[in-house]
Design a protein around this ligand. Structure first.
Ligand code: BGC
Length: 270
């Protein structure tokens, strides 16, 4: 049997009932981790359950757990329950995120707060609980060379400005500096903190950008590699960043974007 890089480790994946989170949960489970498939509300339970069924039918392990990551009490309870059930947490995939797009002059405070609340405050709350657990448990070499791994789902929009999406871009820029600051703070404890910066990945969040041939053609102008990404591209990156293969990597964003951050407009201009 092929060696499973995350065998015996416990991973919480937030926002795992759909999109990139679901893809990452499946990839981590296939690599041997027991995966906590977090989803936010009762309405997302069936989708989370479907992800769990796929994981189980592949012979892998997981549970589903409902928790709104923007709520401090719910996040604390999720970590406490997971630690009570499994003993500890080794990997946090800080993935839950959403968009509420609007021209800036019309953006409501509610749209601003909702996006920042889930995308940035949610990542803060989950990272803080993970760090507390990593510090409590310390390094256990039989589990991993590192004392804990946090992977923040960022975006190419942590560096590429995005008109009409100021709340979303601000949340991703914030994630970048939060991630780097935590990485700096906890590297001496052998805790690793990194981000993945996906480009355009085929998921429900951006379906209007790829679900017609005309839209996809326009989107491909931004992607030098010539195809729209799929969740498996992100899953593979997450497994690597969570595994001991990336032991010396901390405080960095791994862009998985087919070259979107290479500013392809400059290949024929400038
Ligand atoms: C956004 C997608 C978008 C992609 C590239 C992602 O962070 O969520 O809607 O297609 O960035 O612009």
């Amino acid at each position: 049997m092929k060696e499973k890089k995350l065998q015996g480790q416990i991973a919480i994946v937030t926002g795992a009932s759909s999109g990139i989170g679901a893809g990452v949960a499946k990839a981590l489970a296939a690599a041997g981790a027991t995966v906590v498939i977090n989803h936010p509300v009762e309405a997302t339970q069936a989708a989370a359950q479907a992800v769990l069924e796929q994981i189980k039918s592949a012979g892998d392990k997981g549970i589903i757990y409902q928790c709104d990551v923007s709520k401090e009490d719910e996040v604390k309870k999720m970590f406490a329950d997971v630690i009570a059930q499994f003993g500890t947490v080794d990997i946090l995939i800080n993935n839950a995120g959403l968009q509420r797009d609007s021209p800036f002059q019309d953006m409501t405070l509610e749209q601003w707060n909702f996006v920042l609340g889930v995308n940035l405050t949610g990542q803060f709350l989950c990272a803080r609980e993970a760090i507390r657990e990593f510090l409590r448990r310390g390094l256990v070499p039989e589990r991993s060379i590192s004392a804990g791994k946090i992977i923040c789902m960022s975006s190419v929009h942590e560096v590429i400005p995005w008109a009409g999406h100021a709340n979303y871009a601000a949340s991703k820029g914030g994630i970048m500096m939060m991630m780097k600051s935590i990485a700096q703070e906890f590297a001496p404890w052998k805790i690793r903190v990194n981000s993945i910066g996906p480009g355009a990945i085929k998921t429900p969040i951006n379906h209007q950008a790829w679900d017609t041939p005309a839209a996809e053609k326009k989107l491909l102008e931004l992607i030098p590699y010539g195809r729209v990404g799929v969740v498996e591209d992100i899953g593979a990156a997450a497994v690597w960043l969570a595994s001991d293969d990336s032991e010396y990597v901390t405080g960095t964003t791994l862009f998985v974007d087919g070259g979107m951050t290479l500013y392809p407009g400059f290949s024929t201009n400038g």
